[in-house]
Write a protein that binds this ligand. Structure first.
Ligand code: C2O
Ligand code: CU
Length: 459
């Protein structure tokens, strides 16, 4: 049994159309420009920076193994890039290295890469990124499994992609981030209005008893969301990059900036019942007084029909083999509290981006185990570009389930060990805190990955 027609009307995002006829190639066009966008809650127009005139930008969708080509045109008044968060693209397509990959105002760039893993991903700029993402430049990129597996996924229910963010609009204007306000960057600037796909408290109209698959993306520049659903059961099924090993019943799920989670929710209740999907309080220790102390509503779910019968979820969602750690190279990366010209800053091993960034060398084919050691008094979401990783332990405890991640919260004064294997995509890769103001204050470093030949040469 299905969800009612138009059940997701209030949150549906434009889907980018595929301009290429061949089945294994998808071609999209994205233009970033200063645009007026209908802003919630009152529907007045507010000037944003947007991809294809919409906030969020259009949803891009491809299948595992597809070649994705994106014709990008920068019509913004400043340089930008597109970074494909969580995707294993070649370094030259990662949109992360401003020195080589900045797309100047008026210029075009063609991104091209193959998508190897199903999952919920997203795209955003990687230059002046706190300000650019804040102004509206973000969108979803969903990679669907190849045909055979796709049928099995149908049991997981009707799907909604939900990009969470926050904004502040005053007197018809989007609040501007003040680049000189280093304290705001240190706190991690938060908007006053919580948004789902650019809407404030939208409503889903659903049938009770039928599974909903909700794919959440945290695109906020600083805000943590701790997801809960009033009186309803949440079952987590996927993380940053595809299914977790088994369905995991949860009371709430912390979703930090950059991170993704997928849940199955089977709405329960009679016609007319309304419940909220909300963000529950979470203290990342540094919100400048703006951390929530009570639940904030994100989404209304209204039961408009009953009579559904949910199918049981499979007991195994994915076979995730543990990374072979033999011969692994070990490093420790400390998240540090530092100073720059007397102002508070954050660094990696006390090194500050951009003037003296932390850097690390690796060779293609190596497996690395990194201890991420958060020595600061605040939480930070650690993100590695280009390579997904497995968490070996966090504060000495092995995770309950196997999964692939690219963004991991490090609570204050805690440690985690992660493992990753570097496949044949040499180049420069960034790693940073995904509170974008923190990355700009210095908590960003570089991984220089050389092809094994080059490395042998150097020895
Ligand atoms: Cu989503 Cu380097 O970022
Ligand atoms: Cu941080």
């Amino acid at each position: 049994m299905k969800q009612p027609e138009d059940w997701d009307r209030e949150i549906r995002m434009p889907l980018a159309s595929d301009a290429d006829a061949s089945p294994a190639v998808v071609e999209f066009s994205l233009t970033a420009a200063v645009t007026k966008v209908d802003a919630d809650p009152d529907g007045s127009e507010v000037t944003h920076w947007a991809y294809n005139g919409a906030v969020p930008g259009p949803m891009l969708r491809a299948r595992v193994g597809d070649r994705v080509r994106v014709y990008f045109h920068n019509q913004l008044p400043e340089p930008t890039t597109i970074h494909w968060h969580g995707l294993e693209v070649p370094a030259a397509m990662d949109g992360a290295d401003p020195e080589h990959h900045a797309v100047a105002p008026g210029e075009r760039f063609e991104y091209e890469f193959v998508v190897p893993h199903a999952g919920t991903y997203w795209y955003h700029p990687h230059m002046n990124s706190a300000a650019q993402v804040w102004r509206g430049l973000y969108g979803a990129l969903i990679v669907d499994p190849a045909d055979a597996e796709a049928a099995a996924e149908a049991a997981l229910g009707a799907e909604a992609v939900l990009i969470l963010s926050d904004v502040s609009v005053e007197a018809g204007k989007l609040e501007e981030l003040d680049p000189d306000d280093l304290l705001a960057a240190f706190f991690g600037h938060q908007g006053k209005l919580l948004q789902v796909n650019g809407r404030t408290l939208p409503t889903l109209r659903v049938r009770a008893g039928v599974a909903l698959r909700l794919r959440f993306i945290n695109a906020a520049i600083s805000r943590y969301f701790r997801l809960g659903a009033e009186g309803q059961k949440l079952t987590r099924i996927a993380g940053d990059s595809g299914f977790i090993s088994q369905p995991e019943p949860r009371e709430s799920i912390l979703l930090v900036p950059g991170e993704r989670t997928e849940v199955v929710l089977v709405p329960e209740g009679e016609v007319g019942r309304v419940f909220l999907v909300e963000s529950l309080p979470y203290d990342r220790m540094i919100c400048g007084g703006s951390c929530e102390t009570s639940a904030s509503p994100l989404l209304r779910v209204e039961i408009v029909e009953t009579g559904g019968e949910a199918q049981a979820l499979p007991t195994t969602l994915a076979e995730i083999e543990a990374i072979d750690l033999s011969g692994a190279v070990e490093h420790t990366i400390a998240m540090t509290q530092d100073e720059r010209n007397g102002d508070g800053a954050f660094g990696l091993n006390h090194q500050l981006y951009p003037e003296a960034p932390f850097s690390l060398n690796a060779s293609v084919g190596e497996t690395h185990v990194w201890t991420i050691d958060n020595q600061t008094d605040y939480d930070h979401p650690f993100h590695l570009h280009g390579f997904r990783f497995q968490v070996l332990d966090q504060d000495g405890k092995k995770p309950a389930l196997a999964e692939w991640k690219d963004t991991l919260n490090l609570p204050r004064h805690s440690k985690a060990r992660i493992a990753t294997r570097f496949d044949d995509r040499p180049g420069m890769w960034m790693l940073h805190c995904h509170i974008l103001g923190h990355a700009e204050l210095g908590m960003m470093g570089m991984l220089h990955l050389s092809s094994s030949g080059e490395a042998e040469h150097a020895h």
